[in-house]
Design a protein around this ligand. Structure first.
Ligand code: COI
Length: 350
């Protein structure tokens, strides 16, 4: 598929200090845009990154039909562009779209738009440890009609941001037992903007108590752990990798799946199952909990250093390079940057 390209002139790249890349604050020169109007995809184009206009009656502002994805692209030493499991993001966006009653984005719009955009802005891909070009596909309703119904018009945009790590401080998380991220039958498995909006207030309360993030528990009983902040959650207990099994209330993380498969590839025992708050507290108390970490595209593999529960803090042993999290982080970083062989077929050159 081909589409018109309007070049950013001049490029902003010379104004960027690539030694300082706070997460998600710097945006590359261009964006890919396609519109869905009354049953057809039209007007696919690449234009300079810029604000968009939307009616105050725009459906997304009122009824929340907005979904997004997060992916990363790397450059290897030969200058080739390496994407990490991009079709998994595409498939997840389709499943999020269905849940939010939005027409799925055709594969050629998603993939060809992505490919052309990254080719054009490849000079923005930072190299070096923990650095990449973060890709943010976002898809939202644009009908300007007041009235609760699925929109007939939508816009799909892909834009990118050169970036370093998402979590830079020590990660202290609190087990959340009042609020929940998603109920059974809700939108928890979709990458819906509303899931993140609803998480902000409980997260702020936890931050006021000195934590950076919460560990979400199931909405019905608050007895099982689900996710942490913007990440899936994993523990190493008695040398077994333990992680909450997927369910309709949890996001099916691509990094989560990659870490599980890597652990299995290394011969480690993995348990995907219900994980109870009580068993985590017991394992923290008796010292059998060796590691706790979150996984996500933005977060990568982020070691948790403190878990708080009802006013009591438990410190977790430091995640050195010899821990499972340390080794997995190193392996996946090297794999994504094309520095080692890819035994899984996860790295794509689109
Ligand atoms: C990601 O991990 O890519 C996410 O989308 C999480 C967050 C930055 C919202």
């Amino acid at each position: 598929m081909s589409f018109p390209v309007t070049q950013a002139n001049p490029s902003r790249i010379s104004q960027i200090d690539f030694n300082q890349l706070p997460f998600g604050r710097i945006f590359s020169d261009h964006m890919f845009v396609a519109d869905y109007q009354h049953g057809a995809w039209v007007n696919a184009r690449i234009i300079p990154f810029s604000p968009i206009s939307l009616s105050p009656a725009g459906a997304v502002l009122h009824y929340g039909q907005a979904i997004f994805e997060g992916m990363k692209v790397y450059k290897n030493e030969a200058g080739e562009l390496l994407y990490f499991r991009p079709y998994e993001n595409y498939k997840r966006m389709q499943s999020s779209a269905i849940r939010l009653c939005m027409p799925p984005v055709p594969e050629e719009i998603f993939m060809d738009g992505l490919k052309e955009l990254i080719k054009l802005d490849q000079a923005w891909i930072p190299t070096g440890k923990g650095r990449s070009l973060y890709i943010r596909p976002v898809y939202f309703a644009t009908d300007d009609v007041i009235g609760v119904k699925a929109s007939e018009n939508y816009t799909f945009i892909i834009f990118t941001s050169p970036t370093g790590p998402y979590y830079t401080d020590e990660l202290k998380v609190e087990i959340e037992k009042t609020y929940s991220r998603s109920n059974r039958g809700g939108t928890g498995y979709a990458k819906a903007a509303g899931n993140y909006g609803g998480a902000l207030y409980p997260t702020r309360l936890a931050q006021q108590r000195g934590y950076n993030q919460v560990i979400w528990t199931d909405a019905a009983t608050h007895s099982r752990v689900e996710e942490s902040g913007t990440m899936n959650l994993m523990f190493v207990i008695n040398n077994v990798l333990v992680t909450p099994s997927l369910s309709p209330s949890k996001l099916a993380g691509i990094t989560r799946d990659s870490v599980i498969r890597l652990a299995q590839h290394w011969g480690m025992k993995v348990e995907e199952r219900d994980v109870y708050v009580e068993e985590i507290l017991t394992a923290l108390e008796n010292g059998t909990l060796q590691e706790a970490f979150g996984t996500g595209t933005a977060a990568n593999i982020a070691p948790i250093s403190v878990i708080g529960h009802e006013g009591k803090d438990f410190r977790i042993p430091e995640a050195g390079p010899e821990t499972f999290a340390g080794k997995a982080l190193h392996f996946l970083d090297e794999l994504k940057a094309g520095k080692i062989e890819d035994p899984f077929g996860w790295v794509a050159k689109l």
